[in-house]
Ligand binder design. Structure first.
Ligand code: CA
Length: 345
């Protein structure tokens, strides 16, 4: 793996992509195709990784990039974008929707957060590297070829295998107040039960890619637990449509006019997060949606291998609502057990 990754740390975002793309992004109509990521390996000397992509366009108008499978084990978005590709008729829109349903394709096919090929976590590899391993090549392609063409980047995440969320839409706060307002309007337009504002995931994420290009990025945390939640999937499907309606790509429908209310919240720094204080079996004392207090015991780590050992408590670091919780019972020291959110103003 060391040799494979030898070029992956360049990450300068320079150079042209080596990923082939047969889509003409300026053409009207619906094009569904596969990106060709050159991948010469023992079982396939001249082969490529075929990554599905679609462009649905009708005349002039804004561009939405709707992507999912950034983390391969986050499924609700992948279902919504897959259905969108089949269902969206170019006649029904004004503008362009670019859809990348399985962004880190090898990870999505494996049902894993990271790629089984290079262990890459796509959302920690931006701006990528055209000469890197597949995950770095993909993030470089997304940043240089797709984010550059979009007005809004909708990156559909869920909690993945280890976390479960109250379905949420999220945006990163900006120093530019007007930009923050536009982002919050976008989060509200999505129509999830919770919308939240955080500091952003850093420069290696799709948020970083959008900020470098001056584009708006809306993320989601739709559910998780490595499953497809029925409600979470509905929020994904409806949310994508509502964002299209908010942008003026699609006419306003009942989905927007009868939109459920979104509770706008903040997710701040370290005190919002609760981590396992020891390795063992975690016994949680709080569930999603619980209102908790600073210093309250969040749960205890039990030691099944040594029943006489006193359990070790984990504490909440501030007042707030439980927005996210860990799924697997076994924990190691440092695993995220919960994170909180607080009402905005
Ligand atoms: Ca994720």
């Amino acid at each position: 793996m060391a040799a494979l990754n030898a070029t992956a740390n360049g990450g300068m975002g320079g150079g042209k992509t080596r990923i082939g793309c047969e889509i003409d992004f300026d053409a009207d109509g619906k094009q569904v195709s596969w990106l060709k990521l050159p991948f010469s390996v023992h079982r396939s000397a001249y082969g490529h990784i075929a990554i599905p992509i679609a462009c649905i366009k009708n005349g002039k108008g804004p561009t939405l990039l709707a992507m999912s499978g950034n983390h391969g084990d986050e499924y609700e978005g992948q279902i919504a974008t897959t259905k969108l590709i089949r269902d969206l008729d170019p006649k029904d829109i004004k503008g362009r929707v670019i859809v990348l349903p399985a962004a880190n394709f090898p990870a999505a096919m494996a049902g894993m957060r990271t790629s089984p090929i290079d262990q890459g976590n796509l959302n920690r590899t931006f701006p990528g590297d055209p000469d890197g391993t597949p995950t770095w090549m993909i993030s470089h392609f997304i940043e240089t070829e797709l984010v550059s063409r979009a007005d809004v980047i909708l990156d559909l995440h869920s909690g993945g295998s280890s976390l479960l969320y109250i379905p949420s839409a999220l945006v990163a706060i900006s120093k530019d107040k007007k930009r923050t307002e536009r982002l919050i309007a976008l989060a509200e337009a999505f129509g999830a039960p919770v919308g939240y504002v955080n500091a952003g995931g850093g420069d290696r994420t799709s948020t970083g890619a959008a900020e470098r290009a001056g584009k708006l990025r809306l993320g989601t945390e739709l559910g998780g637990a490595g499953m497809v939640g029925i409600d979470a999937k509905k929020f994904a499907e409806d949310g994508v449509r509502r964002v299209m309606e908010h942008m003026g790509i699609a006419p306003k429908s009942k989905l927007t006019t009868n939109k459920p209310k979104t509770r706008m919240m903040d997710v701040g720094g370290d005190d919002y997060y609760c981590f396992a204080p020891d390795a063992g079996l975690f016994e949680p004392y709080a569930d999603l949606g619980a209102m908790v207090k600073k210093g309250q015991v969040a749960g205890v780590v039990q030691f099944v291998d040594n029943p006489l050992r006193e359990p070790v408590p984990a504490y909440f670091g501030r007042d707030g609502m439980v927005l996210c919780k860990r799924v697997p019972g076994r924990v190691e020291r440092g695993d995220c057990l919960f994170h909180l959110a607080t009402d905005r103003d």
